[in-house]
Design a protein around this ligand. Structure first.
Ligand code: 5AD
Ligand code: SF4
Length: 475
């Protein structure tokens, strides 16, 4: 029923945008257009929003000029993310001049952070909805249509949208995101998320398992469990008082079917337990890949960041992961130029990157966010050019580490879940191995494969970002 198209205008992890079309259902006379910015959690929220709107009789369009309602699901994590959204809102505002009946809504973290500002002061939007208020969207649309100020930025301690079945957007029909918790209690001093997404709360395990089971029945082969800090997942059944932690949840989902892969993101180094690591090891279909953000390799800076671990603790965690699962890939988030960072702190970060041998990293230069602990307590005192240079050094080291990691895979054989054609050629498949590395290989005349199938691929070449291999066809 849903014809869905993807438009990525910024390929960084925190800056993805997409639009969606559900164009075969002409019974729906109102149309919405949605773009989403930021993390996977936002992406997942947009699928919930699409579901809420669909139930209200809204169809979607990928052409914003056709839309009665334009929505931007926004990100506040760095200033640049907000600037991109403002620019886009200004463009849509111009469009509205030609089409006055059209409504523009801002959703997500920027809505939460700026509250009524974009509506009342800047007059850029008609509707403002925070991350815990998507259920009120239909009501807010009605209000906006009558010219009333339509704002709901209330945060909730309970909302998990557990009962809403997301409409899969931009789906390849093979991999899907499943939100298992919302909010964050960590209070890392640089981060705006605890203020925009509120207190941490877990979704009930039965609804998560059911959603994953439904996906599998629809042909999906991989689910990624999402939360700001998945290792602190904890659900207590109100009737039975039975508690489910993250390791138990992982196990429940892994048991749905051995051919359903399970991934998760994000882990906090202070919270990931041996129990989780042993559960990963016990199930072949739990992918051997952990996103374990370091942020800084300097214990002094980590303390200012309120990360609650030291470099030694982090090293011990990396050792433990490799001890339990030699084949487990690790990736990281790193911030260059946090307040007071000196050259030797930066060296510590580079040293830690070498130690962990990250397969991949998401790297950022520090951007002060209003209202955060760091903005209140510390000065953003590392000059822009120093931040830039340090970030470049971090990126160039990561490029080297990624290449080395891929070179270590030469000659190995991996099980690859085929996601589709490779970007470069229709004669090649693209998929991922358990370690989340992209694998590209030639299609075979002898073996008819399709997206969603698993294939055994022997790696014979690589670039920094891709493993290249050959299909192993058994007789
Ligand atoms: N400046 C730069 N990077 C940030 N991140 C979070 N807040 C900031 C900020 N103020 C990065 C962290 C986090 C990732 C999602 O974004 O590395 O893990
Ligand atoms: Fe996601 Fe964080 Fe951006 Fe909000 S601020 S959209 S939670 S990355």
């Amino acid at each position: 029923m849903f014809d869905i198209a993807q438009k990525t205008i910024d390929e960084t992890r925190q800056g993805e945008a997409y639009s969606v079309e559900l164009d075969s259902d002409h019974s729906l006379n109102k149309r919405f257009y949605i773009e989403s910015y930021g993390c996977q959690m936002n992406f997942s929220d947009s699928e919930i929003i699409a579901s809420i709107l669909h139930a209200e009789g809204f169809g979607a369009t990928r052409d914003h000029e056709q839309a009665d309602l334009i929505l931007l699901n926004t990100c506040s994590i760095r200033e640049k993310a907000e600037q991109t959204v403002r620019k886009r809102l200004t463009e849509f505002r111009k469009l509205k001049k030609e089409k006055p009946g059209m409504l523009i809504g801002v959703l997500g973290c920027m809505a939460e952070r700026l509250k009524t500002k974009l509506l009342e002061e800047e007059k850029l939007v008609d509707i403002v909805v925070g991350p815990d208020a998507y259920r009120s969207l239909p009501h807010l649309i009605d209000e906006a249509e009558t010219g009333t100020k339509a704002v709901n930025v209330l945060l909730s301690r309970e909302e998990t949208y557990a009962d809403i079945s997301p409409v899969r957007l931009n789906s390849n029909g093979i991999t899907a995101f499943v939100s298992i918790m919302r909010g964050c209690n960590n209070m890392c001093s640089f981060c705006v998320v605890p203020f925009t997404r509120g207190r941490e709360r877990s979704r009930d395990d039965a609804s998560i398992v059911q959603e994953c089971r439904d996906l599998f029945q629809q042909g999906y082969k991989e689910v990624t469990l999402l939360g700001q800090n998945v290792d602190s997942y904890y659900w207590v059944d109100p009737q039975t008082n039975h508690a489910v932690d993250f390791a138990m949840l992982l196990e429940k989902i892994a048991r749905i079917d051995p051919s359903l892969r399970v991934r998760f993101s994000t882990s906090h180094p202070k919270d990931i337990t041996d129990k989780v690591l042993y559960t990963m090891k016990a199930y072949d279909n739990i992918c051997k890949y952990i996103h374990l953000p370091l942020q800084s390799g300097s214990t002094r800076v980590l303390q200012l960041m309120n990360r609650t671990y030291t470099r030694e603790w982090y090293k011990a965690k990396v050792n433990r992961i490799k001890e339990i699962m030699q084949d487990c890939a690790i990736s990281s988030d790193i911030i260059a130029g946090f307040c007071t960072e000196e050259e030797k702190d930066h060296e510590d970060t580079l040293e830690m990157m070498r130690y962990a041998g990250y397969d991949y990293s998401y790297m950022f230069s520090y951007s002060e966010r209003p209202g955060t602990l760091a903005a209140k307590r510390y000065q953003d005192d590392v000059p822009a050019e120093t931040k830039k240079r340090r970030l470049e050094e971090i990126v160039s080291l990561q490029n080297k580490l990624s290449l080395e990691s891929n070179q270590r895979d030469l000659g190995k054989t991996f099980e690859v879940l085929i996601e589709g054609n490779s970007k470069k050629s229709e004669a090649q498949w693209m998929g991922r191995n358990s370690q989340n590395k992209v694998v590209v290989f030639d299609k075979s005349d002898r073996l008819t494969l399709k997206p969603g199938d698993y294939a055994m691929v022997k790696i014979n070449d690589c670039t920094q970002g891709t493993l290249l291999g050959q299909l192993i066809v058994s007789n």
